[in-house]
Write a protein that binds this ligand. Sequence first.
Ligand code: NAI
Length: 328
Amino acid sequence: MKLALFSSQKYEQPFFEKSLAALNSNNITISYFEQPLNATTAPLCQGFDSVCVFVNDTVDDTVINTLAEYGVSSILLRCAGFNNVDLNAAKAHNIKVCRVPAYSPEAVAEHCIALMLTLNRKTHKAFNRVREGNFDLNGLLGFNLFEKTIGIIGCGKIGQALVNILNGFGANVLVFDPYAQAGCYTLCDLDTLLSQSDIISLHCPLNEQTHHLIDDSALAKMKPGVMLINTSRGALLDSKACINALKTKKLGYLGLDVYEQESELFFKDHRDEIMQDDVFSRLVSFPNVLVTGHQGFFTQEALSEIAQTTLQNAHEVAHQLPLSNEVK
Ligand code: NAI
Protein backbone atom coordinates (compact mmCIF):
# COMPACT_ATOMS: atom_id res chain seq x y z
CA MET A 1 0.00 0.00 0.00
CA LYS A 2 1.35 3.39 -1.04
CA LEU A 3 0.11 5.93 1.48
CA ALA A 4 0.14 9.72 0.88
CA LEU A 5 0.13 11.50 4.23
CA PHE A 6 -1.08 15.12 3.94
CA SER A 7 -0.62 18.11 6.28
CA SER A 8 2.48 16.33 7.53
CA GLN A 9 4.34 17.90 10.42
CA LYS A 10 7.94 17.12 11.37
CA TYR A 11 6.92 16.11 14.90
CA GLU A 12 4.68 13.25 13.76
CA GLN A 13 7.04 11.54 11.30
CA PRO A 14 9.17 9.78 13.97
CA PHE A 15 5.99 8.35 15.53
CA PHE A 16 4.83 7.00 12.14
CA GLU A 17 8.25 5.56 11.30
CA LYS A 18 8.46 3.86 14.73
CA SER A 19 4.94 2.41 14.40
CA LEU A 20 5.63 1.26 10.84
CA ALA A 21 8.73 -0.61 12.03
CA ALA A 22 6.74 -2.15 14.91
CA LEU A 23 3.97 -3.25 12.53
CA ASN A 24 6.70 -5.10 10.61
CA SER A 25 4.81 -4.64 7.35
CA ASN A 26 6.76 -4.42 4.13
CA ASN A 27 3.52 -3.68 2.34
CA ILE A 28 3.10 -0.10 3.51
CA THR A 29 5.21 2.85 2.35
CA ILE A 30 4.50 6.41 3.43
CA SER A 31 5.13 9.63 1.45
CA TYR A 32 4.84 12.75 3.59
CA PHE A 33 3.35 15.90 2.07
CA GLU A 34 3.42 19.14 4.04
CA GLN A 35 0.55 20.52 1.95
CA PRO A 36 -3.04 20.00 3.09
CA LEU A 37 -5.24 17.82 0.92
CA ASN A 38 -7.76 19.92 -1.02
CA ALA A 39 -8.95 20.38 -4.61
CA THR A 40 -5.65 22.04 -5.59
CA THR A 41 -3.37 19.37 -4.11
CA ALA A 42 -5.53 16.34 -4.94
CA PRO A 43 -3.49 15.63 -8.15
CA LEU A 44 -0.59 14.67 -5.81
CA CYS A 45 -2.58 11.51 -4.97
CA GLN A 46 -1.97 9.96 -8.38
CA GLY A 47 -0.23 6.61 -7.96
CA PHE A 48 -1.24 6.20 -4.31
CA ASP A 49 -3.61 3.59 -2.84
CA SER A 50 -4.56 5.52 0.24
CA VAL A 51 -4.53 9.06 1.67
CA CYS A 52 -3.99 9.97 5.28
CA VAL A 53 -5.52 13.28 6.41
CA PHE A 54 -5.92 15.46 9.49
CA VAL A 55 -8.50 17.91 10.84
CA ASN A 56 -8.03 20.75 8.35
CA ASP A 57 -7.70 18.77 5.13
CA THR A 58 -10.68 19.24 2.81
CA VAL A 59 -12.02 15.90 1.64
CA ASP A 60 -15.18 17.09 -0.09
CA ASP A 61 -16.93 15.54 -3.10
CA THR A 62 -14.59 17.32 -5.59
CA VAL A 63 -11.51 15.86 -3.88
CA ILE A 64 -13.16 12.45 -3.55
CA ASN A 65 -14.02 12.39 -7.28
CA THR A 66 -10.33 13.02 -8.03
CA LEU A 67 -9.25 10.29 -5.57
CA ALA A 68 -11.67 7.84 -7.21
CA GLU A 69 -10.28 8.71 -10.65
CA TYR A 70 -6.76 7.79 -9.43
CA GLY A 71 -7.95 4.54 -7.87
CA VAL A 72 -7.37 5.63 -4.26
CA SER A 73 -9.33 3.11 -2.20
CA SER A 74 -9.16 4.46 1.33
CA ILE A 75 -9.08 7.67 3.36
CA LEU A 76 -7.35 7.26 6.72
CA LEU A 77 -8.14 10.04 9.18
CA ARG A 78 -5.47 10.47 11.83
CA CYS A 79 -8.00 12.14 14.12
CA ALA A 80 -11.36 11.33 15.71
CA GLY A 81 -13.60 13.96 14.06
CA PHE A 82 -14.64 13.32 10.44
CA ASN A 83 -16.72 16.44 9.67
CA ASN A 84 -14.23 17.36 6.91
CA VAL A 85 -14.93 14.21 4.86
CA ASP A 86 -17.95 13.86 2.56
CA LEU A 87 -18.93 10.34 3.62
CA ASN A 88 -21.70 10.05 1.01
CA ALA A 89 -19.26 10.83 -1.80
CA ALA A 90 -16.76 8.29 -0.38
CA LYS A 91 -19.48 5.64 -0.16
CA ALA A 92 -20.63 6.36 -3.72
CA HIS A 93 -17.08 5.57 -4.94
CA ASN A 94 -16.60 2.64 -2.55
CA ILE A 95 -13.72 4.44 -0.84
CA LYS A 96 -13.28 3.21 2.73
CA VAL A 97 -12.96 5.82 5.48
CA CYS A 98 -11.26 4.94 8.77
CA ARG A 99 -10.40 7.11 11.76
CA VAL A 100 -8.65 7.02 15.11
CA PRO A 101 -11.68 7.06 17.43
CA ALA A 102 -9.82 7.67 20.67
CA TYR A 103 -6.13 8.42 20.93
CA SER A 104 -6.02 10.07 24.27
CA PRO A 105 -9.19 11.63 25.66
CA GLU A 106 -7.13 12.52 28.73
CA ALA A 107 -4.77 14.66 26.60
CA VAL A 108 -7.66 16.91 25.51
CA ALA A 109 -9.33 16.91 28.94
CA GLU A 110 -6.04 17.91 30.60
CA HIS A 111 -5.60 20.70 28.05
CA CYS A 112 -9.08 21.98 28.98
CA ILE A 113 -7.96 22.18 32.57
CA ALA A 114 -4.82 24.05 31.46
CA LEU A 115 -7.04 26.61 29.69
CA MET A 116 -9.39 26.92 32.68
CA LEU A 117 -6.60 27.34 35.21
CA THR A 118 -4.57 29.73 33.08
CA LEU A 119 -7.57 31.97 32.42
CA ASN A 120 -8.60 31.78 36.06
CA ARG A 121 -5.25 32.11 37.88
CA LYS A 122 -3.50 34.10 35.12
CA THR A 123 -0.25 32.17 35.33
CA HIS A 124 0.71 33.44 31.84
CA LYS A 125 0.64 37.01 33.18
CA ALA A 126 2.44 36.05 36.40
CA PHE A 127 5.21 34.39 34.35
CA ASN A 128 5.96 37.67 32.54
CA ARG A 129 5.57 39.87 35.61
CA VAL A 130 7.96 37.86 37.81
CA ARG A 131 10.60 37.72 35.08
CA GLU A 132 10.53 41.52 35.02
CA GLY A 133 10.80 41.77 38.81
CA ASN A 134 7.12 42.75 39.20
CA PHE A 135 5.55 40.90 42.14
CA ASP A 136 2.36 42.99 42.24
CA LEU A 137 -0.73 40.75 42.59
CA ASN A 138 -3.24 43.32 41.32
CA GLY A 139 -5.08 41.93 38.29
CA LEU A 140 -4.23 38.29 39.09
CA LEU A 141 -7.22 37.51 41.32
CA GLY A 142 -8.78 34.10 40.58
CA PHE A 143 -11.52 31.89 42.03
CA ASN A 144 -11.66 28.36 43.46
CA LEU A 145 -12.89 25.56 41.21
CA PHE A 146 -13.98 23.79 44.41
CA GLU A 147 -17.81 23.82 44.60
CA LYS A 148 -18.17 25.78 41.35
CA THR A 149 -20.73 24.50 38.83
CA ILE A 150 -19.08 23.30 35.64
CA GLY A 151 -21.24 22.38 32.64
CA ILE A 152 -20.06 19.85 30.09
CA ILE A 153 -21.84 19.77 26.74
CA GLY A 154 -21.20 16.33 25.23
CA CYS A 155 -20.04 13.64 27.63
CA GLY A 156 -18.32 11.07 25.46
CA LYS A 157 -14.72 9.99 25.89
CA ILE A 158 -13.22 13.46 26.37
CA GLY A 159 -16.17 14.83 28.37
CA GLN A 160 -15.98 11.82 30.71
CA ALA A 161 -12.20 12.24 31.17
CA LEU A 162 -12.88 15.87 32.09
CA VAL A 163 -15.63 14.87 34.55
CA ASN A 164 -13.13 12.57 36.30
CA ILE A 165 -10.65 15.42 36.75
CA LEU A 166 -13.28 17.96 37.81
CA ASN A 167 -14.68 15.60 40.44
CA GLY A 168 -11.17 15.66 41.92
CA PHE A 169 -11.42 19.45 42.20
CA GLY A 170 -14.68 19.09 44.14
CA ALA A 171 -16.70 20.88 41.43
CA ASN A 172 -20.42 20.29 40.81
CA VAL A 173 -20.52 18.81 37.34
CA LEU A 174 -23.56 19.25 35.09
CA VAL A 175 -23.81 17.34 31.83
CA PHE A 176 -25.99 17.95 28.79
CA ASP A 177 -25.75 15.07 26.31
CA PRO A 178 -28.87 13.61 24.67
CA TYR A 179 -27.24 10.16 24.64
CA ALA A 180 -25.41 10.08 28.00
CA GLN A 181 -26.14 7.56 30.74
CA ALA A 182 -26.20 8.44 34.43
CA GLY A 183 -22.72 8.91 35.92
CA CYS A 184 -20.72 10.93 38.45
CA TYR A 185 -22.45 14.11 37.32
CA THR A 186 -25.92 15.67 37.17
CA LEU A 187 -27.65 15.21 33.83
CA CYS A 188 -29.73 18.22 32.80
CA ASP A 189 -31.19 19.98 29.78
CA LEU A 190 -29.18 22.50 27.80
CA ASP A 191 -30.96 25.60 29.17
CA THR A 192 -30.37 24.51 32.78
CA LEU A 193 -26.68 23.92 32.05
CA LEU A 194 -26.32 27.30 30.31
CA SER A 195 -28.04 29.22 33.10
CA GLN A 196 -26.41 27.50 36.10
CA SER A 197 -22.79 26.94 35.08
CA ASP A 198 -19.84 29.09 36.17
CA ILE A 199 -17.72 27.37 33.51
CA ILE A 200 -18.99 25.72 30.33
CA SER A 201 -16.88 23.33 28.28
CA LEU A 202 -17.84 21.95 24.85
CA HIS A 203 -17.18 18.31 23.97
CA CYS A 204 -19.85 17.39 21.43
CA PRO A 205 -19.12 16.72 17.77
CA LEU A 206 -19.71 19.33 15.08
CA ASN A 207 -22.76 18.52 12.97
CA GLU A 208 -25.87 20.26 11.66
CA GLN A 209 -27.50 20.26 15.12
CA THR A 210 -24.47 21.63 16.93
CA HIS A 211 -23.27 24.23 14.39
CA HIS A 212 -23.18 27.58 16.26
CA LEU A 213 -24.70 25.88 19.30
CA ILE A 214 -23.28 28.80 21.25
CA ASP A 215 -24.85 31.83 19.59
CA ASP A 216 -26.36 35.11 20.84
CA SER A 217 -29.36 33.33 22.32
CA ALA A 218 -27.30 30.69 24.18
CA LEU A 219 -24.92 33.36 25.48
CA ALA A 220 -27.90 35.42 26.74
CA LYS A 221 -28.93 32.48 28.96
CA MET A 222 -25.52 32.23 30.66
CA LYS A 223 -24.44 33.70 33.99
CA PRO A 224 -22.69 37.07 33.74
CA GLY A 225 -18.93 36.57 33.78
CA VAL A 226 -19.13 32.89 32.75
CA MET A 227 -16.04 31.07 31.47
CA LEU A 228 -16.46 29.30 28.13
CA ILE A 229 -13.99 26.68 26.87
CA ASN A 230 -14.02 25.15 23.40
CA THR A 231 -11.56 22.37 22.59
CA SER A 232 -13.97 20.53 20.31
CA ARG A 233 -14.57 22.18 16.93
CA GLY A 234 -14.49 25.90 16.10
CA ALA A 235 -17.90 26.14 14.46
CA LEU A 236 -19.69 25.09 17.67
CA LEU A 237 -19.28 28.77 18.58
CA ASP A 238 -20.46 31.84 16.73
CA SER A 239 -17.24 33.84 17.13
CA LYS A 240 -18.90 37.20 16.43
CA ALA A 241 -21.53 36.52 19.11
CA CYS A 242 -18.69 35.71 21.53
CA ILE A 243 -16.96 39.00 20.69
CA ASN A 244 -20.17 40.90 21.51
CA ALA A 245 -20.54 38.96 24.77
CA LEU A 246 -16.91 39.71 25.70
CA LYS A 247 -17.51 43.42 25.05
CA THR A 248 -20.58 43.47 27.34
CA LYS A 249 -18.67 41.34 29.94
CA LYS A 250 -21.34 38.62 29.76
CA LEU A 251 -18.44 36.34 28.88
CA GLY A 252 -15.81 36.73 31.58
CA TYR A 253 -13.28 34.35 30.07
CA LEU A 254 -12.95 32.53 26.76
CA GLY A 255 -10.53 29.65 26.18
CA LEU A 256 -10.25 28.27 22.66
CA ASP A 257 -8.18 25.45 21.24
CA VAL A 258 -10.20 25.48 18.02
CA TYR A 259 -11.50 28.25 15.76
CA GLU A 260 -14.05 28.22 12.96
CA GLN A 261 -11.59 29.53 10.35
CA GLU A 262 -8.58 27.72 11.83
CA SER A 263 -7.61 25.97 8.59
CA GLU A 264 -6.24 29.31 7.32
CA LEU A 265 -4.14 29.84 10.44
CA PHE A 266 -3.33 26.87 12.62
CA PHE A 267 -0.35 24.51 12.41
CA LYS A 268 1.74 27.11 10.52
CA ASP A 269 4.03 30.02 11.39
CA HIS A 270 2.46 33.31 10.18
CA ARG A 271 4.78 35.68 12.06
CA ASP A 272 5.97 37.47 8.91
CA GLU A 273 2.48 37.95 7.53
CA ILE A 274 -0.25 40.51 8.07
CA MET A 275 -3.22 38.94 9.85
CA GLN A 276 -6.18 39.04 7.46
CA ASP A 277 -8.77 37.53 9.81
CA ASP A 278 -10.34 40.49 11.65
CA VAL A 279 -12.52 38.28 13.85
CA PHE A 280 -9.51 36.33 15.09
CA SER A 281 -7.52 39.55 15.62
CA ARG A 282 -10.37 40.98 17.71
CA LEU A 283 -10.66 37.78 19.75
CA VAL A 284 -6.99 37.68 20.72
CA SER A 285 -7.05 41.40 21.59
CA PHE A 286 -9.13 40.68 24.72
CA PRO A 287 -7.04 40.18 27.89
CA ASN A 288 -9.47 37.46 29.06
CA VAL A 289 -9.24 35.36 25.89
CA LEU A 290 -6.70 32.57 25.59
CA VAL A 291 -6.24 30.80 22.26
CA THR A 292 -4.07 27.76 21.63
CA GLY A 293 -3.63 26.38 18.12
CA HIS A 294 -5.44 23.02 18.25
CA GLN A 295 -2.92 21.41 20.57
CA GLY A 296 -5.34 19.61 22.89
CA PHE A 297 -4.33 16.26 21.42
CA PHE A 298 -0.63 17.10 21.40
CA THR A 299 1.01 14.72 23.85
CA GLN A 300 3.54 11.96 23.24
CA GLU A 301 1.01 9.32 24.21
CA ALA A 302 -1.58 10.65 21.77
CA LEU A 303 0.85 10.94 18.84
CA SER A 304 2.02 7.39 19.44
CA GLU A 305 -1.57 6.09 19.56
CA ILE A 306 -2.53 8.07 16.42
CA ALA A 307 0.35 6.59 14.43
CA GLN A 308 -0.27 3.02 15.67
CA THR A 309 -4.02 3.06 15.02
CA THR A 310 -3.69 4.78 11.62
CA LEU A 311 -1.19 2.16 10.45
CA GLN A 312 -3.29 -0.65 11.88
CA ASN A 313 -6.21 0.78 9.86
CA ALA A 314 -3.94 0.84 6.77
CA HIS A 315 -2.90 -2.75 7.43
CA GLU A 316 -6.55 -3.87 7.67
CA VAL A 317 -7.45 -2.08 4.42
CA ALA A 318 -4.39 -3.46 2.62
CA HIS A 319 -5.19 -7.05 3.66
CA GLN A 320 -8.96 -6.70 3.22
CA LEU A 321 -9.48 -7.56 6.89
CA PRO A 322 -12.59 -6.44 8.81
CA LEU A 323 -12.13 -2.72 9.51
CA SER A 324 -12.05 -1.95 13.24
CA ASN A 325 -12.41 1.81 12.87
CA GLU A 326 -14.46 2.35 9.73
CA VAL A 327 -16.65 5.47 9.50
CA LYS A 328 -19.80 4.85 7.47
P1 NAI B 1 -17.26 11.13 21.58
O1 NAI B 1 -17.94 10.72 20.32
O2 NAI B 1 -16.70 10.10 22.48
O3 NAI B 1 -18.25 12.06 22.43
C1 NAI B 1 -19.08 13.03 21.88
C2 NAI B 1 -20.31 13.11 22.80
O4 NAI B 1 -21.13 14.18 22.33
C3 NAI B 1 -21.17 11.85 22.79
O5 NAI B 1 -21.38 11.39 24.11
C4 NAI B 1 -22.47 12.29 22.15
O6 NAI B 1 -23.60 11.63 22.70
C5 NAI B 1 -22.47 13.77 22.48
N1 NAI B 1 -23.35 14.55 21.63
C6 NAI B 1 -23.71 14.32 20.34
N2 NAI B 1 -24.54 15.28 19.92
C7 NAI B 1 -24.70 16.15 20.94
C8 NAI B 1 -25.44 17.34 21.12
N3 NAI B 1 -26.19 17.85 20.13
N4 NAI B 1 -25.36 17.97 22.31
C9 NAI B 1 -24.61 17.47 23.32
N5 NAI B 1 -23.90 16.33 23.21
C10 NAI B 1 -23.94 15.68 22.04
O7 NAI B 1 -16.12 12.16 21.11
P2 NAI B 1 -14.81 12.61 21.92
O8 NAI B 1 -13.69 11.70 21.61
O9 NAI B 1 -15.17 12.86 23.34
O10 NAI B 1 -14.48 13.99 21.18
C11 NAI B 1 -15.35 15.10 21.27
C12 NAI B 1 -14.91 16.13 20.25
O11 NAI B 1 -13.62 16.64 20.62
C13 NAI B 1 -14.71 15.56 18.83
O12 NAI B 1 -15.90 15.61 18.08
C14 NAI B 1 -13.67 16.47 18.25
O13 NAI B 1 -14.35 17.47 17.52
C15 NAI B 1 -12.97 17.10 19.45
N6 NAI B 1 -11.54 16.78 19.57
C16 NAI B 1 -10.64 17.82 19.73
C17 NAI B 1 -9.28 17.57 19.88
C18 NAI B 1 -8.28 18.66 20.10
O14 NAI B 1 -7.07 18.44 19.93
N7 NAI B 1 -8.69 19.86 20.49
C19 NAI B 1 -8.78 16.20 19.80
C20 NAI B 1 -9.80 15.18 19.69
C21 NAI B 1 -11.13 15.47 19.55
